[in-house]
Design a protein around this ligand. Structure first.
Ligand code: SF4
Length: 706
């Protein structure tokens, strides 16, 4: 049976299913790419980049083409998403529904990081208050921990914290979860091979038998960073991959390939690690390899000295911090002396040496546990693991500190953030890559059997150049590109309004623009119909200032993102208000500009208060800008504008969520028409009507109600 026949047969089984040409086109594009893989040729012919506008039904398309090809080639199919929401939707809704309607049989599972699962060993220790010297426990904490243990013991909860039958505060999580260094693995009494009671390992074992695994970008990136097949149960060469929400993938990768640690705190941790290895009070050793322990203590002393030297130097530079940040790239900051750069090398060397020593001690302790159960060794292993993960953070950061930057493709941002901890000066040292394209090409695209990357926002106009550069797909000439047409009737269902403001939200016109914006908002938001409006800001302070300047009567209709602990809570309240036949207005920041789904009456008007240019001079942007200019590039056109364009498309994409939606987008930034680059932005947006109709929202609302 062809993939087209499959598509028609399965969709015919689904009640009220609307077959969409763009969806079938997506199925065919993925199938064409996945079915024609030549393993010897590494030119990107096995990769496809598909822009699938909202309403395409992309998850159904990639599940069909992905599972079909994976079955035929006896591979696994991995789906990676950016958000837990989409991960949950695939696992709880899309995959079970697909199985139900297609009759295809496959096993699917959910891969999450270790910190998402209850660790019964850690919980046991926390309840007994044994082996934990890092966190103090109050009585109510003990009660809660007991309840967690009771729920898990009943056997009705799988230990996934997202499915916990009781609310677990984030401050409790360190008491019931564990990181990879502290985990005892198969030496753990809760994780004996034949009879594991460990949620993480049980799920890990289950995933080996799965045909389809739903994971998230962070976990996928951690896996490929470790060489593949370390976190996920399979190597890239043995799976088909779909990266959904692919426009976010480079951002996740940049965060993943970054290190940081606090200077003063690290000095304390390294000294404590040393005392754990050889206790100076009674000269007792953590393991019986005395030479190994003495060597580790000497390395710890070297590392603590280097950290302290760096701390003192940074303290001396106290007065040259700019907004609490000191850039450590010598080509951006002449205060970065050779002495500082020498310390970077010392940090890299001594932390790597200490890591190696501590890992050897860890192996010795684990071996000891293989032969005998010993609570003191277990507790020492737990503490050693905690310190080892701290030293690893120093090593990871130091590796980025000593990199020899030489182009926009190989540059690292390095900086120190000033903090105040317990009344003392503390400094957070951060370093990481500013471009991940070549890393992704090397670690993932050249290794994976085949992959499809999709999102509603990938191209700028008709071109994929920017996203390809970010993802490293520009290094592979044969990547397939598909831009699917929208199934929505934008010209009839929506209009774009650009009010004629006198002032632009530029630095020199900030105040008059703010006055103009406030006045305009107080007019357009003063409505009484029961529909929702989403007003998007890209600066927290501007959101707060604007709100304060509005009349109190209007303020009462507004829900401020800054006042809610989660977007879900805000959205629930917004919907409840609209359902009670009242208007409701959301003042949201960046996270409301993408991924938020407010169909029909819940969002009939999206207001973009200003173009989402990233004006924040953060160290990563400064390094990027330096290298683009050093290579005679145009930072604004090469980086700033494409990024703004993607954000703007995402923001206006909150309006029309399905075929029956109507509404208006208003962009309160006159640069979109006055500046030359404005046409690039406007031409990238959906085809909203530009014929201004002042009654459009009212008329649309009447249509939705009828
Ligand atoms: S194996 Fe690791 S994660 Fe599982 S219970 Fe033991 S220590 Fe915790």
């Amino acid at each position: 049976m062809t993939i087209q026949q499959d598509y028609h047969e399965i969709t015919a089984n689904i009640d009220n299913f609307i077959q969409r040409p763009a969806q079938l086109e997506m199925v065919e594009a993925i199938d064409n790419c996945f079915a024609n893989v030549s393993e010897e040729i590494k030119d990107g012919h096995n990769l496809c980049l598909i822009e699938a506008p909202t309403g395409t039904g992309k998850s159904f398309a990639y599940i069909l083409a992905g599972t079909d090809n994976a079955k035929r080639k006896n591979k696994k199919f991995i789906i990676s998403t950016a958000t837990k929401t989409l991960q949950g939707q695939l696992y709880n809704k899309d995959l079970p529904q697909f199985i139900k309607h297609s009759g295809n049989r496959f096993i699917y599972g959910l891969a999450k990081g270790r910190s998402n699962y209850l660790c019964p060993y850690q919980l046991e220790g926390s309840i007994a208050d044994a082996g934990i010297d890092m966190v103090s426990q109050a009585e109510q904490v003990q009660d809660k921990l007991q309840k967690v243990a009771e729920h898990y013991a009943k056997g009705k909860w799988d230990g996934d914290l997202d499915n916990a039958p009781l609310f677990i505060e984030s401050k409790l999580k360190p008491l019931i979860t564990i990181d990879k260094h502290q985990c005892l693995g198969f030496q753990c009494t809760h994780n004996q091979k034949e009879n594991s009671n460990c949620p993480f390992y049980k799920n890990r074992e289950f995933l080996k038998s799965c045909d389809v695994i739903v994971t998230n970008h962070s976990l996928l990136l951690a896996d490929i960073d470790g060489g593949g097949g370390t976190v996920l149960p399979v190597k890239p060469a043995d799976y088909y991959l779909c990266v959904d929400e692919a426009h976010n993938f480079p951002g996740y990768a940049i965060s993943g390939f970054m290190g940081q640690f606090e200077l003063k705190q690290s000095i304390g941790l390294v000294n404590n690690a040393s005392k754990l290895i050889v206790n100076p009070a009674n000269n007792s050793y953590i393991c019986d390899d005395v030479a190994l322990c003495d060597d580790a203590v000497s390395k710890a002393s070297d590392l603590a000295d280097s950290l302290d030297k760096f701390y003192q130097l940074i303290k001396l530079n106290h007065n040259v911090f700019d907004n609490g940040v000191l850039i450590l790239n010598d080509y951006l900051n002449s205060a970065v002396t050779q002495e500082i750069k020498d310390i970077f090398v010392e940090l890299a060397f001594s932390s790597a040496e200490l890591c190696a020593g501590m890992s050897s001690i860890q192996d010795k302790l684990k071996n000891k546990l293989k032969n005998e159960q010993d609570y003191v060794t277990e507790a020492n292993l737990l503490k050693l693991g905690f310190y080892l993960s701290s030293v690893e953070s120093i090593t990871a950061t130091a590796d980025y500190l000593i990199n020899q930057d030489n182009s926009r493709y190989n540059a690292n941002a390095r900086w120190v953030e000033q903090k105040l901890a317990n009344g003392n000066d503390e400094y957070n040292l951060v370093a990481g890559v500013t471009h991940v394209g070549n890393l992704l090409a090397d670690k993932l695209w050249s290794k994976v059997y085949a992959a499809c990357l999709t999102s509603a926002t990938l191209a700028i106009g008709k071109r994929f150049d920017y996203v390809k550069f970010q993802l490293g797909l520009n290094l592979l000439p044969a990547v397939h590109e598909v831009k699917l047409p929208t199934g929505f009737n934008y010209p009839e269902h929506s209009q774009l309004v650009i009010p004629q403001f006198r002032y632009a939200p530029e630095y020199t016109m900030r105040e008059p623009f703010q006055k103009e914006l406030t006045l305009y908002l107080s007019q357009i938001l003063n409505y009484t119909e029961a529909y929702g409006t989403l007003v998007l800001f890209f600066n927290r302070q501007q959101l707060i200032d604007t709100f304060k300047q509005l009349p109190v009567k209007l303020q009462n209709k507004i829900l401020l993102q800054t006042e809610y602990s989660s977007n879900q809570k805000l959205i629930a309240e917004h919907k409840e208000t609209v359902d009670c036949a009242k208007p409701s207005i959301i003042f949201g920041l960046n996270s409301f500009a993408e991924g938020v789904d407010l169909p029909a009456k819940y969002c009939m008007h999206v207001v973009v208060t200003k173009l989402p240019f990233d004006t924040h001079k953060d160290p990563q942007n400064m390094v990027r800008e330096y290298w683009v200019k050093a290579e005679n590039g145009n930072y604004f056109m090469d980086v700033s504008l494409p990024e703004t364009c993607i954000k703007l498309i995402q923001a206006v994409g909150r309006l029309i969520r399905n075929e029956k939606d109507y509404g208006q987008v208003t962009i309160c930034d006159n640069r979109v028409v006055l500046k030359q680059y404005g046409s690039i932005l406007l031409n990238s947006l959906p085809e909203f009507s530009r014929q201004y109709n002042p009654e459009f929202i009212k008329q649309s609302f009447a249509k939705i109600k009828s």
